[in-house]
Design a protein around this ligand. Sequence first.
Ligand SMILES: [Zn+2]
Length: 249
Amino acid sequence: MIRSVVCFFAHPDDETVMAGGIIALLTRQGIPVHIVCATRGEGGELGEPPVVPRRDMLGAAREVEMRNAARALGATVEFLNYVDPTIGLDDVPYPFQADFNTLARQFAQIARRRQANIILTHGADGEYGHPAHKLVHRAVVYGVQQMLPHVLTYTVAASVPHVEDLLWNQSEIADLALDVRPWGSVKIAAMECHASQHALFKRRQRLKTLREALGLVESVRRRWPQTHGEAPRDDFAALLRTVGAWEPR
Ligand SMILES: [Zn+2]
């Protein structure tokens, strides 16, 4: 039985981009889902047109966007107050500054407080290589192994069929992939809340509309406890299978 799910992500919008369909599936089953955002994404784009006139106002604006997106997904949200560094002119993303052990302990304490028995987070490759995503991944896995070894931990990603290679995190092949079109209207409603990032979503995939840029195949890999190449057989994997998930390998 899935009692409660906690999701750990680096920035507002990661939850919707990577896992909006799966979160909607869970919340519509009556399963509580809590999203933890390490930063407010204050280093991201201001939007086209800008949602705020000055960069120092972006974090507050993205917090509102994130709260609206969480409501659309049927989830709750909290922020950890780390600061997302501004993307440089070279377009290179950076991780946020954090003490690794403190971060890992914070993640584990939140999961414990929420009585989570499933955790969702970024992949080891940071999906497309984002260092803040990789940092969150490492800290979540370390915190779980040290403090909550009985809690199942999955990494999540999403891809746009026929546009991106199936499934990011190339060094960890997904255990299960799910066509999330049945929850697509919820995912698009949540995406619409992240207005400051719409231009980025479309540019990243060279697509014209937000709807086209929606990752309609979401994928998961069980990171802890490790499965040693076996397809996972647990309550989360079973739920995904009952709604049509397949093994992509
Ligand atoms: Zn991110």
